[in-house]
Design a protein around this ligand. Sequence first.
Ligand code: HEM
Length: 144
Amino acid sequence: MTPDELAIIRGDGQVMHDLADAFATTFYATLFELAPATRSLFPDDLVAQRGKLVDELGFLIEAATSIDDGLGDFVERASELGRRHVEYGVTGNDYVPVGQALIAALRSCIDDWDDEHEAAWMKLYRLIADVMREGTEARLFSAG
Ligand code: HEM
C-alpha cells in the first residue's frame, strides 16, 4: 500500500474508533441486509461483538500501517483470526458481503469519504480477507 493510502487508513481508523458504536451498528445492519443467512452465526445480542470488531480492526490497522515492523504481526494476527472464524461457521464467500458492509459503515462515518478512501480500504480489506482465508485453508488442510 502507498504512504498516502496508509495515511488515509490511519485517519479513518481514528474516526472509526471515535464513532465505534455507530460504525459497528451500521456494519451489522448492512451485513444482515446483504446476507441475511449470516445473522444466525452471531449471538442475538451484538453489544459485545460490536466492541470486539472495532478493537480488532484497530489492531489490524495499527499492524498493517506500522511498516517499520514489517507485516509479521499483521499476518500472524489475521491468520489466527481466520482460523477462529472457521469455528464460527464462516466460509470463504461470506467475506464478500462483510467487505461491502465494512465500506458502507466507513462511508457513513467519514465526512470526506471519496473514491480514494474507498480504494485504500478495499486494498486493506482484501489483504485482511486473503490472510484470514489462508488461515482458514491451513485449518481445513490440517484437519483433512
Ligand atoms: C475484517 C474481517 C473481520 C474481522 C476484523 C472480524 C473480527 C471478529 C472478532 C474480533 C470476533 C470476536 C471473536 C474472535 O476474536 O475470534 C469475531 C467473531 C465473529 N465473526 Fe468476525 N471478523 C471479520 C470477518 C468476518 C466474516 C467475513 C464473517 C462472516 C459472516 C464474520 C463472522 C463472525 C462470527 C460469526 C463471529 C462469532 C460470533 C460469536 O459467536 O460470538 N467475521 N469477528
